[in-house]
Design a protein around this ligand. Structure first.
Ligand code: ZN
Length: 209
């Protein structure tokens, strides 16, 4: 798994970790590697802006961001081109699933606001592997929603830089960015590349103090 340096509880899975939503065996192996419990909290991702707080592991319903303020409950989102984001505070951590729709709708800001409202001041964030501006071809109607973040694919068509757009929304925090493109990297799942139903899972947790 990819461990962003300096983070207390954050890891981004790859193909090598397997789809950690659907395989309890693979999840147990990843949990063992990370030194965390094997029961994680997930959500049914709907490209919206709802934030849920985990007080127990399991399926927490329709949402695209999870916050946890207690240790022992890893929280996770699954992606294959969309952007996984971990946001750390001293007393809580959030994990966010942001495709272009969720990013525009403000799911990252919603997670930040939720943390701040709960007295958990965000201090650093990690943007995991996602489809990059090198490959994220979009039509003009999508590009128009990302002013300042339009780009070009390797093959010269219009694209947008969703991780860059999200990084801007994290202004003021210390941000680590993977910059690894899911579409380009054979070690990552990419729905755009081959229509896979498999997902890499980003997991975050509040360490035991
Ligand atoms: Zn790419």
């Amino acid at each position: 798994m990819i461990r962003p340096p300096g983070f207390a509880g954050a890891a981004f899975g790859t193909k090598a970790s397997g789809d950690l939503r659907s395989s309890p065996v693979r999840r147990a192996a990843a949990a063992d590697e990370l030194g965390i419990p094997a029961d994680w909290a997930f959500v049914h991702q709907v490209h919206g802006t709802k934030v849920v707080e985990a007080i127990a592991p399991g399926q927490l319903g329709d949402a695209d961001a999870i916050v946890v303020a207690r240790s022992g409950i890893p929280i996770a989102v699954a992606t294959a081109d969309c952007v996984p984001v971990v946001i750390e505070a001293a007393t809580a951590v959030a994990v966010v699933h942001a495709g272009w729709r969720g990013a525009v709708a403000g799911v990252v800001t919603a997670a930040l606001d939720y943390m701040i409202a709960g007295g958990h001041e965000p201090r650093r964030a990690a943007i995991g592997p996602a489809i990059g501006p090198c490959c994220y071809e979009v039509g003009p109607e999508v590009a128009a929603q990302f002013p300042g973040h339009e780009a070009q694919t390797k093959w010269g068509s219009t694209s947008v830089d969703i991780p860059g757009y999200i990084e801007r929304q994290l202004a003021g925090l210390s941000v680590w960015r993977s910059n690894e493109c899911t579409y380009s990297s054979e070690r990552l799942y990419s729905w755009r590349r081959n229509g896979t139903k498999r997902r890499q899972v980003a997991v975050a947790w509040l360490p035991t103090v």
